[in-house]
Ligand binder design. Structure first.
Ligand SMILES: O=C(O)c1ccccc1NCC(=O)[C@H](O)[C@H](O)COP(=O)(O)O
Length: 213
C-alpha cells in the first residue's frame, strides 16, 4: 500500500503547486497565530482555490490549537476545509466533531508507549513528539520520538506519523513505525515558514518508495 502524505504549514502558491504535481494526499493550513506558518483565513481560501482544479484534489486540513467554537465556525464559513486538525483534549475534539459535522484529526503528543491513545472521538490521530520544554507551540518543532513505539500499537483509528520527519529520515520512520500516512512541516522548509519545493518533492518520493502494511 502506498504511504499517504500530508504537507502542513503551506503559505504560498509555489508550495501548493509542487504538492499538486506530486499528488500529495492532504494540504495543511496553519491557523495558529503564533506559528511562523500562520496563514489568514482569506489566504488559505485563496490557496485552496488553486487545488480545486484537478480531477482528484487533495484534502484540505485546517490546523487549530485549542480553538473556540466561534473560531471554527468562522474558519468553516471562509475556507472549504475537509478536515479539522486539532490540538486539544479527546473530549473537546469529539465535541467539535459532533457540533460541526466535519472530519476531525486529533494531534497526540507521544514520548512513551503509555502516551499512545487507545480510544478516540476523532476520525484519525496524528501521533507526534512532545514539544521540547522551551517550545512556544505544541507542534511544528521538528522534534522526533522513537518511531518503533508505534509498531505494536492497537490504534483505535487511522493514524498519521508526524514530528521531525524530513526527506532523509521519512523512509526509516515508516519502516520502524509501520505508519501508513505521514505528516511534515518544518522538515521541508528552507527557513521557518518558508517551504522548499525541492524538499517537498524529495519527501513525497522518499515516502512513497516504501511499501507499508
Ligand atoms: O507548525 C507550527 O508552527 C505548529 C504550531 C502549532 C501547532 C502545530 C504546529 N505544527 C504541526 C504540524 O505542522 C504538523 O501537523 C506536524 O506535526 C509536523 O510538524 P513538524 O515536526 O514540523 O514536521
Amino acid at each position: 500500500m502506498t504511504v499517504k502524505v500530508k504537507i502542513c504549514g503551506l503559505t504560498d502558491e509555489a508550495g501548493v503547486r509542487v504538492c499538486l504535481e506530486h499528488r500529495v494526499d492532504w494540504l495543511g493550513f496553519n491557523f495558529f497565530t503564533r506559528s511562523p506558518r500562520y496563514v489568514t483565513l482569506s489566504r488559505a481560501a485563496e490557496l485552496i482555490r488553486l487545488v480545486r482544479i484537478p480531477a482528484a484534489p487533495p484534502g484540505c486540513v485546517g490546523l487549530f490549537v485549542e480553538p473556540s467554537d466561534a473560531e471554527i465556525a468562522e474558519a468553516l464559513r471562509e475556507v472549504p476545509l475537509d478536515v479539522l486538525q486539532l490540538y486539544t483534549s479527546a473530549e473537546r475534539a469529539s465535541e467539535i466533531r459532533t457540533k460541526f459535522g466535519r472530519k476531525v484529526w486529533r494531534s497526540c503528543p507521544v514520548s512513551s508507549e503509555a502516551d499512545l491513545p487507545l480510544t478516540t472521538g476523532a476520525d484519525a490521530l496524528i501521533i507526534e513528539s512532545c514539544p521540547p520544554p522551551e517550545a512556544s507551540r505544541p507542534g511544528g518543532n521538528g522534534a522526533i520520538f522513537p518511531w518503533g513505539l508505534a509498531h505494536g500499537w492497537k490504534a483505535p483509528a487511522p493514524w498519521l506519523l508526524a514530528g521531525g520527519l524530513n526527506p532523509g529520515n521519512v523512509a526509516r520512520a515508516i519502516v520502524e513505525s509501520g505508519a501508513k500516512a505521514v505528516d511534515v512541516s518544518s522538515g521541508v522548509e528552507a527557513a521557518p515558514g518558508v517551504k522548499d519545493s525541492a524538499a517537498i518533492a524529495s519527501f513525497v518520493i522518499a515516502a512513497r518508495q516504501v511499501v507499508s502494511g
